[in-house]
Design a protein around this ligand. Structure first.
Ligand code: SIN
Length: 291
């Protein structure tokens, strides 16, 4: 819990100037628009290091007016690691490293319409995702909300932090992929894995609240009723604390790159019957989430 007003409002480490570009923050702690970087151009090592630093600082980076083909999109992803293949890709033909995010008047659902972290059912979930939106709804809307899960942990009281530290929870792909998306599982089923409820970011070493409504089925070692009550309390903290959030209003040809280890996101479907189209590349994590 914050001890003082100064602590609560401390934003002392805001950085907006990097060697090769500047950023314009969307909020004081999550989300920044990167100025004057053309992702279709080769990225220098210095530029890549700056982007990594800015990504660590801001968690969500937004690049406007980008004109990328699929190979350029994937090449940008590969600057940060190996590309991830989504567990639902067995259902689709096409490039396994590109996840299409398409919503029209005929869509039964829109992907990611609820707070979640991508694919935490995997043993090693993606460390980040890059969504490149090329078509936005004519009526406006279709924004994506992001939540800062460092801050979500930091805003909990110390007794609750102590209670959560050391617990683990199960993350089950069947919840969204079968439950919400009605997708036939691949042979062997969708992934299901246990992760700490509070993780540490492998780069910043800061603590993160790491349960999400999209994938977490239960907390290990608690009764069903206890687990449900604790998870509902944590989800309500995320759902009802606007200070945790940043909002990305898309324009055509915007690419947003989020750190999937310390954020959650929520795609807002407020534009029915209009359409929205994007393609996502995700980068495989380098290790299992750990405390
Ligand atoms: C997702 O990756 O969950 C989709 C996000 C979005 O469409 O804004």
């Amino acid at each position: 819990m914050f001890n003082t007003r100064e602590d609560q409002f401390a934003n002392g480490d805001i950085r907006t100037h990097y060697r090769t570009f500047e950023v314009a923050p969307l909020t004081p702690h999550i989300g920044a628009e990167v100025r004057h970087v053309d992702l279709a151009e080769p990225l220098s090592n210095e530029g890549a290091q700056d982007l990594h630093d800015a990504w660590m600082d801001w968690k969500v980076l937004v690049f406007r007016n980008q004109h990328l083909n699929r190979e350029q999109h994937k090449a940008f992803g590969r600057r940060f690691g190996t590309l991830h293949v989504h567990p639902m890709q067995h259902k689709y033909r096409g490039d396994p490293e590109i996840l299409t995010v398409k919503t029209t008047a005929k869509s039964p659902y829109t992907a990611g319409d609820g707070w979640h972290t991508d694919v935490t059912c995997d043993a090693v979930p993606p460390l980040g995702s890059m969504l490149y939106v090329t078509e936005t709804p004519e009526c406006g809307g279709g924004d994506t909300l992001f939540a800062d899960m460092y801050l979500a942990y930091r805003m909990l009281s110390e007794p609750i932090q102590r209670f959560l530290d050391g617990l683990t929870a199960v993350h089950d792909g069947a919840i969204p992929y079968i439950g919400s998306y009605k997708s036939t599982p691949p042979p062997g089923g969708y992934p299901r894995n246990e992760h700490p409820v509070v993780t540490r970011h492998p780069v910043t070493r800061r603590k993160i609240l790491y349960v999400n409504q999209g994938f977490t089925s239960h907390i290990v070692g608690l009764s069903r009723a206890e687990s449900r009550a604790v998870l509902e309390m944590l989800y309500s903290h995320i759902n009802s604390t606007p200070r945790l959030w940043g909002r990305v209003p898309w324009q055509p040809n915007t690419l947003t790159f989020w750190d999937n280890r310390c954020t959650q996101h929520h795609a807002v479907w407020d534009y029915y019957p209009h359409s929205r189209y994007g393609e996502r590349v995700s980068i495989l994590g380098t290790e299992r989430p750990s405390a």
